[in-house]
Design a protein around this ligand. Structure first.
Ligand code: SAH
Length: 364
């Protein structure tokens, strides 16, 4: 049986002809009524995938320490926006706000602003930050404040769509999706000139390149806000440091890979983030960028091992030996997942973008 997202896409293609990969992706994931994110909580062992904040509170606590440090470097502004893009269940923000209680005024002055399109996830986020000053926005541009801001996003950019392009004998071709004989199918068509501007300067023919105007435009909106009001942008995502070719578009359902064109609306669709293209985009905007570090190094530089030890000590003091032993094993396992080279530690990268050259972001 076809899903409503599938029916919607079928109708759209029959009216308009084949659509670019990015349009297919956008509707499948973010259609306001029946897109993948609109109707479900995809996180955790019973969902489709597990993100770093859902692995352990340590992740959000370390990001929280980073945020509070930047707030200090900005001169502890008495009004400021803490903007999170694509907050999922709101777990990262809840952990940030809990750890920031150690700096009492921070919590009082932070205005949390969530950039979120999913009605279902907005409800979960409301629960997660109950009692804090928080508002929801569909887009960065919808925020009307002029306060300095700290913008963060974990596994957000990977959900914004990419295009794929390949150079052949007939010039640049672009990947489109059509509907034929009862199923969606990829086809290559002459590429839209506008997407070619986003390609790296040197390319190899016959290879698939991914470009994401959506990600670059999102970063630009963030940079406009930071340039006008001061602040910083931090993105964490799986991806690569230097632009290169390769098809990384993938669908996931129930912790297993699925076909991108099947199960529309029921599969998460992502691709690896090209941090090099974001760096080029930032430089065009006169922004400074940190180095692009692997998540494991970033978290270790910020002392996640010490945080793990502190949590273990608390467990020892507050519970019986057997229970504490179990908690210790869980903490060790979570730490390994977050920083281990064969886990999230190396695949995930961290990069920040800022205009104020006095800022010295920690962890890089
Ligand atoms: N940061 C969270 C969730 C990552 S999943 C975590 O680490 O657990 C991606 C999130 O981005 C979801 O909350 C999804 O609803 C949101 N999202 C996806 N596309 C979006 C868009 N175009 N605009 C705003 N939010 C979007």
């Amino acid at each position: 049986m076809s899903s409503r997202a599938e029916d919607c896409l079928k109708d759209f293609i029959s009216k308009n002809g084949a659509i670019p990969l990015s349009e297919f992706w956008q509707i499948a994931l973010s259609h306001p009524e029946f897109g993948y994110y609109a109707v479900r909580d995809p996180f955790g062992t019973s969902g489709d995938f597990v993100t770093a904040p859902e692995v352990s509170q340590m992740f959000g606590e370390i990001i929280g320490a980073w945020v509070v440090d930047i707030w200090g470097q900005l001169g502890e502004p008495p009004c400021f926006d803490l903007i999170e893009c694509g907050p999922g269940r709101g777990t990262l923000m809840a952990d940030i706000m809990r750890i920031s209680e150690k700096r009492s005024t921070f919590k009082d002055v932070a205005h949390i602003r969530f950039i979120e399109t999913s009605p279902k996830l907005k409800q979960m986020q409301k629960q997660a930050v109950k009692g804090a000053k928080a508002t929801w926005h569909d887009k960065i541009e919808d925020i009307s404040s002029n306060d300095p801001c700290i913008i963060i996003g974990n596994e957000f950019l990977d959900a914004l769509p990419t295009e794929q392009a390949m150079r052949g004998a007939d010039g640049w071709q672009q990947r489109f999706v059509t509907y034929k004989d009862g199923r969606f199918e990829y086809i290559w068509q002459k590429a839209d000139e506008a997407i070619l501007m986003h390609l790296p300067s040197k390319t190899v023919s016959g290879e698939v390149y991914e470009v994401s105007p959506a990600r670059e435009n999102f970063l630009k909106s963030c940079m406009e806000r930071v340039k006008a009001n001061n602040g910083i942008i931090l993105f964490i995502d799986y991806g690569y440091e230097q632009s290169h070719y390769g098809d990384t578009v993938q669908a996931v359902r129930g912790h297993k890979y699925a076909n991108v064109l099947d199960g529309v609306g029921d599969n998460d669709i992502t691709s690896h983030v090209d941090f090099d293209s974001l760096k080029r985009c930032a430089e065009d905007f006169d922004f400074k960028t940190s180095s692009c570090v692997v998540q494991g190094r970033f978290l270790m530089n910020l002392g996640i091992e010490y945080r793990a030890q502190a949590l273990k000590n608390t467990a020892l003091k507050s519970m019986g030996a057997d229970k504490a032993k179990e908690v210790h094993l869980n903490i060790d396992e979570a730490l390994r997942r977050l920083v281990g080279k064969d886990q999230m530690g190396e695949l995930f990268k961290v990069m920040c973008f800022y205009f104020d050259e006095n800022l010295k972001p920690a962890g890089f």
